[in-house]
Unconditional design. Sequence first.
Length: 173
Amino acid sequence: MRADKNIFLIGFMGAGKSTAARALQRRLQLPLVEMDARIAAEQGMAITDIFERFGEAHFRELESALLQTLGREAPSIVSCGGGVVVSAHNVEEMKRNGMVVYLKAEPETIYERVKDSSERPILNGNMNVAYIAGLMEKRRSLYESAASFTVVTDGRTEDEICGEIIRFVGRQD
Ligand code: S3P
């Protein structure tokens, strides 16, 4: 099993990145980096507060800076924020430093998973299937072209998703 490279999990909010990342960490014994959590810890404030006080553009800069830092750290499972692919530079950085896996789910599935969360500023005031579907459509080609492997997560167990990613990672040895 290849453990000398990062595994970046990308995909829309609620696609299952954090859950899959924790399962992969247990199976592969690699460190886990939850990008949002690390940014929040480093800034000493919640992601919603960063958006509110400094705006989305500033958050995107923090995200890009963290990706560059991760490129210099030990190989890890990286659960990325859903908007990480918006910057082409971020995509290059991920491709250079590891494998990129796209976790994909239908807008209805996403909605069910995130509807009770108030921690996603992008969806505050936009918490409905139509908005999710529209934003997902705008980002679809970015996710697809960034990733070398796609895993559908609708109606699937953590084990199934994790197993599929591990088989892909194994084939990259
Ligand atoms: C965002 C997704 C969030 C977080 C921020 C912006 C996005 O991460 O980075 O709220 O633009 O899609 P999750 O995908 O982990 O919810």
